[in-house]
Design a protein around this ligand. Structure first.
Ligand code: TRP
Length: 454
């Protein structure tokens, strides 16, 4: 494998954590999590989600960071360097495909966020629930506009990646993350004091245990956890390859998981109380439009709501951008490391391909009828992309990563890498058990159970 290219590294440990958290925190937390909770029956989804995060995703986060830091290469190169002359590099290829696939629908939704900066700032989207919902439907039915917005998102992402690793990603995230946390806290405080908020909190926090083993909920929660944490496709592996040998992998992993989960939970504390303060609100009806239908109403209940709304969508756009950057970085780093392409060529070609795949998702909400409700599948193209990549590709990538570290490369070598230069590895026996047994078995059971019940 050719890898003569000089690799960037992070300016500091905080820089790494910020950048990895910047990858993790994005539409997955603020758009995806409430949407999935709404479709997965409320609090029971939250419970399953948290179990997936702790028992499956946190160990896999450590595993990805370890592989990347050990091999110092992008996914395909890393698997190949650790186990040459085997087919394990195909896990990296799955990641490259998933990166492009996820980015294709992700950039469409990020485009919606961009447009809502303008809509909220100018007060274009106001009125009662029906008006706000209708506004969203009319807006997304405009195919050329959706395509244009998608192009803006992808173009900006490509521009940041052309600037290299550290200067681009780290700087954006350092400013955006604290601002986003403060704004989410303010909005959550406002939301839980609205009339009707109690009903929303109950929906969000009191699980209906009878649905605990519903395969749809298990699979959606697992996929959402992988998606939200940027796991299962080598994004964290790639970030780990930029991590210095003196840094503690375990504490970095814990920080990223804690920040990401806190942001998702916080988003739920905004959406459900304010949703349920609307008469006749049905959290499962909104689909991908849930936050776009609920939030403008919350803003209009605030003094200076237009300003709050615009600030919110600016921060959401920035959070989405730090994620699109990491999604694009995986295929780009792949072509640089494995095929020795120049960064510029890799960025431009991959972005063009992703844009072409994004077009059907951008058109799914209206102008091209058959994309809106795919025959025989009862779902639109954008939602279908989410199911394929999030619910299947990412967990399968995670399963293979767990098997690779637990059984092929073997845990003692991974532990050795974690403990380099005396770095601590608290709970390493538990981690070994989870990565060898719990992660692969739980993921396999959920996937097989989902397929069997389709
Ligand atoms: N985690 C991001 C979010 O929640 C999306 C994302 C960025 C991602 N990079 C990824 C998902 C890599 C899977 C894999 O918005």
């Amino acid at each position: 494998m050719a890898s003569s290219v000089t690799r960037g590294t992070w300016g500091s440990r905080t820089g790494f954590i910020l950048a990895a958290a910047g990858s993790a925190v994005g539409l997955g937390n603020i758009w995806g999590f409430p949407t999935q909770v709404g479709q997965g029956g409320g609090a029971v989804f939250v419970l399953v989600y948290l179990l997936c995060v702790l028992l499956i995703c946190l160990p896999i986060m450590v595993a990805e960071l370890v592989i990347g830091r050990h091999a110092q290469l992008a996914p395909v190169g890393s698997f190949d360097a650790i186990r040459p002359n085997t087919r394990w590099w195909l896990v990296g290829v799955l990641g490259v495909l998933a990166g492009a696939g996820i980015l294709s629908f992700y950039s469409v939704i990020a485009g919606w966020a961009v447009a809502y900066i303008w809509f909220t700032a100018t007060g274009a989207v106001t009125g009662d629930a029906a008006a706000v919902g209708g506004f969203f439907t009319t807006f997304t039915a405009n195919g050329p506009l959706s395509i244009g917005l998608t192009l803006v998102v992808l173009g900006t992402t490509a521009a940041v990646l052309l600037g290299g690793v550290q200067s681009g990603i780290e700087r954006v995230t350092k400013l955006m993350m604290p601002a986003l946390i403060v704004l989410l806290l303010v909005l959550a405080l406002r939301a839980i004091t609205l009339p009707g908020a109690a009903e929303g909190l109950a929906y969000y926090l009191k699980p209906d245990f009878s649905r605990l083993f519903d395969p749809t909920i298990l699979n959606a929660a697992l996929g959402q956890a992988f998606f939200s944490l940027s796991l299962g496709m080598g994004a964290m592996l790639t970030y780990g390859s930029y991590l210095g040998k003196h840094e503690s992998i375990v504490s970095a992993a814990c920080w990223v998981v804690a920040l990401d989960t806190a942001m998702a939970l916080l988003a739920g504390f905004i959406i459900f109380p304010s949703g349920f303060s609307i008469e006749g609100f049905d959290p499962s009806a909104g689909g991908p439009g849930l936050i776009f239908a609920v939030l403008p109403r919350l803003f209009s209940s605030l003094p200076g709501g237009q300003l709050f709304g615009a600030a919110f969508f600016i921060l959401l756009t920035m959070a989405a951008l730090t994620s699109t950057i990491s999604l694009l970085e995986v295929p780009v780093a792949h072509f640089i490391d494995v095929h020795s392409w120049a960064r510029r060529k890799a960025v431009l070609l991959v972005t063009t391909v992703v844009f072409l795949i994004a077009i059907p998702s951008a058109l799914a909400n209206g102008s091209v009828g058959f994309l809106g409700n795919l025959p025989g599948l009862g779902t639109d193209f954008l939602t279908l992309m989410g199911i394929i990549w999030n619910n299947f590709a990412l967990p399968i990538g995670g399963l293979l990563t767990a098997v690779f570290v637990g059984w092929v490369w073997r845990v003692d070598r991974a532990i050795e890498e974690v403990e380099l230069h005396g770095a601590p590895f608290p709970g390493r026996a538990l981690w070994s058990f989870l990565i060898r047994w719990v992660c692969p078995v739980a993921i396999a059971v959920i996937i097989v159970y989902t397929i069997a019940s389709m």
